[in-house]
Design a protein around this ligand. Structure first.
Ligand code: SF4
Ligand code: SF4
Length: 113
């Protein structure tokens, strides 16, 4: 099981590459600008299919995974998810700090009577 990109219809928007949790979608500039899924890294999550704006990613049931490669791809996805959570928490902390700073600045400004 894996997914494949029909190259003719791909508009190279990169949405699939940016959202793939196993980072198994590559972008090549050589010869043709194109996105390609390396099947050994695909965990069949379907995220790329859902984000593709032109529906050119299709399911390929003929591909058979090597179990070791599949487990490595799943572990890659777990680590990717942990990194995404960390980034999200850091962004939230920065946003909260910025809000507090603005609020503190407002309270420090004397309001004329
Ligand atoms: S199905 Fe999931 S793992 Fe496979 S290429 Fe798409 S987003 Fe990546
Ligand atoms: S999301 Fe679809 S159109 Fe965009 S790069 Fe991926 S396959 Fe191509």
């Amino acid at each position: 099981m894996t997914y494949r990109i029909e190259l003719d219809g791909c508009i190279n928007c990169s949405w699939c590459r940016r959202t793939c949790p196993t980072e198994t979608i590559s972008f090549f500039l050589t010869r043709h600008r194109t996105h390609v899924i390396e099947p050994s890294g695909c965990i069949d999550c379907g995220i790329c299919v859902n984000v593709c704006p032109v529906n050119v990613i299709t399911y390929d049931p003929t591909y058979e995974h090597n179990p070791t490669e599949l487990e490595a791809a799943k572990e890659h996805a777990r680590q990717w998810a942990r990194r995404q959570r960390q980034v999200k928490l850091q962004r939230r902390a920065r946003a909260e700090a910025a809000v507090k700073k603005v609020a503190a600045g407002r309270s420090a400004v004397a309001v004329p009577a």
